[in-house]
Design a protein. Structure first.
Length: 123
């Protein structure tokens, strides 16, 4: 039997870790990590899942759906309210919405303030 892996952390490259952490903190309600600083900020969920944001010089935002700058990572978040409500809240926090929406009514693709695409789903 092969060992099971437990996901404990995800880290995103970005130009401004504190700003991106603030966006995701408002979007998810995860708690700020006490050792966050200007070069590496983090958020922790109650069950221990950690999302980190690390400063990268000359960060280039993904150009989704065009792959001139590949997305490299794609997060999906389940939302309790409807897609329209969740989308409106996230756009107000600074998310973007690409024109290309490949999932119809099942999901929405948005981008965080650093340009990383992510999906919101209701299931």
């Amino acid at each position: 039997m092969s060992p099971q892996l437990e996901l404990v952390a995800i880290t995103l490259d970005c130009p401004d870790p504190p700003a991106l952490a603030a966006f995701y903190q408002q979007a998810t309600g995860f708690e700020p990590h006490p050792k966050s600083d200007a070069d590496f900020a983090g958020l922790t969920r109650a069950d221990g899942l950690f999302i980190g944001f690390q400063r990268v010089a000359d960060h280039r935002a993904p150009s989704w759906p065009d792959q001139a700058v590949p997305q490299q990572l794609h997060l999906c978040f389940k939302v309790a309210d409807g897609l329209d409500e969740a989308e409106a809240r996230l756009l107000a926090l600074g998310a973007g919405k690409p024109d290309h929406q490949p999932h119809g009514d099942r999901a929405r693709v948005l981008t965080d303030p650093a340009g990383h695409p992510f999906c919101i789903v209701t299931r």
